[in-house]
Design a protein around this ligand. Structure first.
Ligand code: C5P
Length: 402
């Protein structure tokens, strides 16, 4: 519904993934958007303007002039007309030109004149995508507050496999819908998020850790940033990357390091979402040398409690600040979670049970119940972690307007 009546400039460049642009155009039109296609000269080698103008009901813009009558095509007008510009597929070359203002075709001049938010869906071979030059250009575009729709990992036209496949049109549409439905509802809000596990060092080569992947915390960071928040994401060791330019990522390893960073900035925050699976205990002694194996005796490690970051924030919380926590439980789920909610002085707690299949640490999905201090609760069905993140951020928004 949220794309109904939206005016979209769709930029198409010279990648084999241009064939997906026809489907994207059709899907946008089916959602009620008005689409104006702008193509680079190379884009026209991969998909014909006739297909796109038939789908959009508008002539495709590609040249600065119409050759036979000299009609000037105004990129400035398109920049003012659009509610959003999507460049899909975006090649390494176009991304480089956009990052550096090389305005040698109609797509780049339109981009440079664009007043509306810009979404970029890169598509290229995995090595081109990973090249420091491409990554630098993408970071430059993120610094311009453009939205990068990360490519997926999979089978590429080069027959290689890796990261570089343009994201599927349905996913691009979904990201646009989230953008238009949520808008800038968290603009000017500062959100602190903790994510991932912590590692508690035993010796130079070993640690005590847990299976947290960080996916839920990272999804929350993206959801908040896409609603206009400035996000500080303090994360333990995870294998994930941040997409949105408004997310400042701080890497930590241990619970103590996470505690230091979180307590150092909490006073400036409007919201804290504590998603990290912080180790409850750390070894009393860190052995400087690798602990040697002994044949017979059992190995005993003495542990001491880590600081409780959530409880510390709960104590120093000022009026207007919101703290949300997580509880991953295996038994007496609601009772345990509600105990933590009260003990830590949280505004709500997100419960996921290890007994629900598809919920918990390593999965891409989650099934949650949100518990509130007045003993009310909301149950949600199994969803992707991105959708779960949006449900949680909806609750935060509700609390901010109360
Ligand atoms: O570990 P526990 O189940 O008590 O975690 C509940 C909540 O408290 C989670 O939001 C977690 O991120 C937070 N927590 C924390 N510091 C700890 C332990 C937990 O911030 N040391």
């Amino acid at each position: 519904m949220s794309l109904k009546g939206k005016k979209i400039v769709l930029g198409i460049t010279g990648s084999i993934a241009a064939y997906k642009a026809a489907y994207l155009t059709r899907a946008l039109i089916r959602k009620g958007s008005e689409v104006q296609v702008v193509m680079t000269p190379a884009g026209k080698e991969f998909i014909t303007p006739v297909t796109l103008s038939a789908l959009t009901g508008k002539p495709v813009v590609s040249e600065f002039f119409t050759a036979n009558d000299g009609t000037w095509h105004s990129h400035v007008d398109l920049g003012l007309w659009a509610d959003a510009m999507i460049i899909a597929p975006a090649t390494a070359s176009t991304i480089g030109k956009m990052a550096n203002g090389i305005a040698d075709n109609m797509l780049i001049t339109t981009y440079l004149s664009m007043k509306a938010p810009v979404f970029i869906a890169p598509a290229m071979d995995l090595d081109m995508y990973a090249h420091p030059s491409t990554q630098r250009n993408i970071n430059t575009l993120k610094s311009f507050k453009n939205h990068i729709i990360e490519p997926a990992t999979g089978f590429l036209a080069s027959k290689l496999e890796g990261k570089g496949r343009m994201e599927e049109p349905d996913e691009i549409i979904k990201q646009l819908e989230i953008f238009f439905s949520k808008g800038d509802s968290l603009s000017k809000k500062k959100v602190l998020i903790t994510a991932g596990p912590t590692y508690e060092k035993l010796d130079p080569v070993r640690y005590i850790g847990n299976y947290s992947s960080g996916k839920m915390g990272f999804a929350l960071a993206e959801a908040c940033a896409s609603r206009g928040a400035d996000v500080v994401l303090i994360t333990g060791p995870v294998n994930l990357s941040v997409k949105h330019s408004s997310i400042q990522r701080i890497n930590v390893e241990s619970a103590d390091q996470m505690y230091q960073k979180v307590t150092g900035i909490f006073q400036d925050m409007d919201v804290a979402i504590l998603c990290a699976a912080v180790a409850d205990y750390k070894p009393v002694v860190f052995s400087k040398n690798k602990i040697k194996r002994k044949e017979k005796e059992p190995m005993l490690i003495e542990l001491t409690p880590n600081p409780d970051i959530a409880a510390t924030l709960g104590k120093i919380k000022k009026k207007g600040q919101i703290i949300a926590g997580f509880a991953l439980e295996t038994d007496n789920e609601e009772e345990n979670a509600s105990g933590k909610l009260k003990k830590k002085n949280l505004d709500f707690i997100v419960l996921n049970s290890m007994n629900d299949s598809g919920a918990g640490f390593k999965t891409d999905t989650n099934k949650i119940t949100i518990l509130f201090p007045d003993n009310s609760k909301k149950d949600f069905p199994l969803k992707s972690k991105t959708d779960v993140a949006n449900d949680i951020v909806d609750e935060i928004e509700q609390l901010l307007i109360q």
